[in-house]
Design a protein around this ligand. Structure first.
Ligand code: SAM
Length: 279
């Protein structure tokens, strides 16, 4: 006999306890994805018995999680800024920390019909969150990886956020002669030998989304240097970075003649986003 919803989750949580710090939540998310039900279902129908097919699919999902695969890769989706994003191993799974960058972007004093650029858009998370909040903004989102561009386009179409255009570009290469009021980016910024690359969900994400030369600062330096040719006067550049990189990023921005340079902390109280304005 197959278990009830409640018992399946308890068994799943037990199985995952040795490999995940969020075993119960993981089991809940995996089962809800199979049942295609909202979270409230767990509390309204705890005694509902699973079908054979549902139970088999749940066992299979728990096995994959036990091997370390991120929950979002198993379900194929992740929530960011209250929007549902398709995710896959071609780019980063959107992180809650990145909502700090979105919040800061929304506070920037830009024209109503601002021209906005998201560099290294991945799933499209930042660009689509901004597009959903600011329908009058004209937003371009670019990524170097073709499969990430295709993924961001699918997310844009499914979410029907029509003020966001997704394009393939190696940083600014496809943006000749364009100027922006606001450039946002969450670029790769992890050092090649960082131990975190071998831990947890990060093991399943591509190095193209994570790693940069020069102590993790190579892409940030390139973006800061090049963005001076793509920002309108008083335009903003907002950069997400590692929690120990803020002083270095402020230093580069100041050296490159940006003004009003400052850093903002994320919800975990870590330095997370540094910004400046082009004079
Ligand atoms: C840290 S991920 C951020 C993804 C997404 N913006 C987010 O916050 O969830 C960095 C992204 O930058 C892209 N990327 C790396 N190098 C790039 C380059 N030279 N030009 C454009 N995109 C690049 C990667 O493919 C990846 O999608």
């Amino acid at each position: 006999m197959t278990p009830s919803v409640e018992n399946a989750i308890a068994a799943g949580a037990d199985l995952l306890a040795s490999s995940s710090e969020s075993a119960k939540l993981d089991a809940q998310v995996l089962l809800l994805n199979i049942l295609q039900k909202p979270r409230s279902y767990l509390f309204t129908w705890p005694e509902k018995q699973l079908t054979d097919e549902q139970y088999q699919a749940f066992q299979c999902a728990c096995e994959r999680r036990l091997q370390g695969e991120p929950v979002s890769h198993i379900t194929g989706c992740r929530e960011f800024w209250s929007l549902q994003f398709e995710v896959n191993p071609t780019t980063l799974i959107p992180r809650p920390d990145t909502e700090t960058l979105v919040e800061l972007a929304l506070e920037c004093k830009v024209p109503k019909n601002a021209k906005v650029l998201d560099l290294g858009t991945g799933t499209g998370a930042i660009a689509l969150a901004l597009g959903s909040e600011m329908p009058s903004w004209d937003i371009i989102a670019v990524d170097r990886i073709d499969d990430a561009v295709a993924l961001a386009k699918r997310n844009q179409e499914r979410l029907a956020i029509n003020n966001v255009t997704v394009e393939q570009s190696n940083w600014f290469s496809a943006l000749k002669n364009k100027k922006f009021d606001l450039i946002v980016t969450n670029p790769p910024y992890i050092e090649h030998d960082d131990v975190h690359l071998h831990q947890g969900d990060v093991r399943f994400e591509p190095l193209s989304a994570l790693v940069a030369d020069d102590a993790g600062l190579a892409d940030i330096k390139q973006i800061i240097t090049q963005s001076r040719d793509y920002l309108l006067s008083s335009g903003y550049l907002l950069i997400e970075h590692g929690f120990e990189q803020s002083a270095a990023v402020r230093h580069i921005l100041n050296k490159m003649a940006f003004i009003n340079v400052s850093t903002v902390k994320d919800l975990g109280n870590n330095d997370r986003v540094t910004f400046g304005q082009w004079p």
